[in-house]
Each structure stands twice: as structure tokens, then as C-alpha cells.
Design a protein around this ligand. Sequence first.
Ligand SMILES: [Zn+2]
Length: 241
Amino acid sequence: MPANKTALVISAHAADFVWRCGGAIALHAALGYDVTVLCLSFGERGESAKLWKQEGMTLDRVKDARRAEANRAAEKLGVHDLVCLDLGDYPLELTREDKNSVVEVIRKVQPRFMLSHSKYDPYNTDHMYATQVALECRTIAQAWGHNPGEKVLGAPQLYLFEPHQTEQMCWKPDTFLDITPVWDKKRAAIECMEGQEHLWEYYTRVAINRANHFKRIRWPVRWTGLQIRRRLRVDLPAYRR
Ligand SMILES: [Zn+2]
């Protein structure tokens, strides 16, 4: 049983946790959480275009580069443990055995809450598949009949990252985290992703725009906890810090 409060991020590819929840990771790490990041793949085929343009590039070299970037970024964010399962991408596909590996990580971490991708993402099916995996493996981790004798999982809330093209993914924010105190850490982690330099400014702008949104609706945000509980009554148990 972990001594500290814990959280688990399930990231389809090695860089996703940085763009999509780097601030949440750094913020919770600063609050004393042990945040584990589970990367299902390195994004070696589908999210490493810059590396593939180099002469003589191979799949293994791309994976090594993406792993090194993810390690550096995780360090900047204060990640407690970075687990890379190397399950392949584009497409990401898990066997039953692979899912058992994910369940093993979930049970080991015993997260207070989890984070993964949006449920719908026709532009990046690996992302929505990762969320399906997160939901499925969370359920398996809660089953007393799965590897009897192990500590079963409680009921951690699953939060969904803001996707790349928000409106196209039918995604609306209902939980805001002010990451101002840790923005420098997120930006430093973003800059570790040398293979996707074209996204550095893009995700900086996303953060600025979302902060502007937050400022304009500050009062209702006081009721975020209430909204979460009401919305999820038919979905998942509420997460309370
Ligand atoms: Zn991705």
C-alpha cells in the first residue's frame, strides 16, 4: 500500500502526458502526491515525424529517443514513476495479457484518481482506445476474482484530458486546475519533446486560452465539485481530494 496519496495517468503515447496533463501532474506532485505515468507506447510510428525525416532512422532509434524525452519530461514534472509498456502505436492494440499488465500497474499504484484521453477522438483513434483500456482495466482491477489475494482497486475517478481538437471530440471542460504555480515546469517538460517542436507554442496557447476561459467563469467554478458529483451520479463515483 503506497504511503502517499497517489494518482495514475494513462497516456497512449510517450508525449501525451506532457501536453495534456503536465500541469496537473506537477501540481499534484507539489501537493505530495506520488503520480505514476503509464505510457502504453512511445508514439514511435505516428507521433515522431521529425525523427523519421532523419536519414537512417529505425524504429528502435525512434523509440529510444522518445523514451529519453519522456524520462526528461517526467523528471521536470516531478513524476514519481514512469512506466513504459512499449505496446506499439498506430494502431495501439492490447491483448488480454497486455491488459493484465495495465491492471497490475493500477493495482500497484492504487490511485486516488486517474487521468486519460477523451472518450471520443476520430482524429487519433489510439487516444480514445487508451481511454477504453483505462476504463476496462479499472473495472478488472476492481474485480475480486481477478488474481485473488491481491488488493483490489477502490473507485478512483477518471478524468479526461482536453483533446487536440476540442470541439470535434464533443469534449467540454467541467473541472479546471489553475496550473500557474507550476507553469514553468510544464513548459520545461514541453521543451523536452524535441520530436514535436511544432506543438510547443500550440499547447502554450491552449493553456493561455483555457486560463482566459477560467477567469471569465471564476464564480461558477466554485461549484465544480458539486457539478462533478451531479454529473457522475449515473457514471462514476465522485472523486474527492
Ligand atoms: Zn498521442
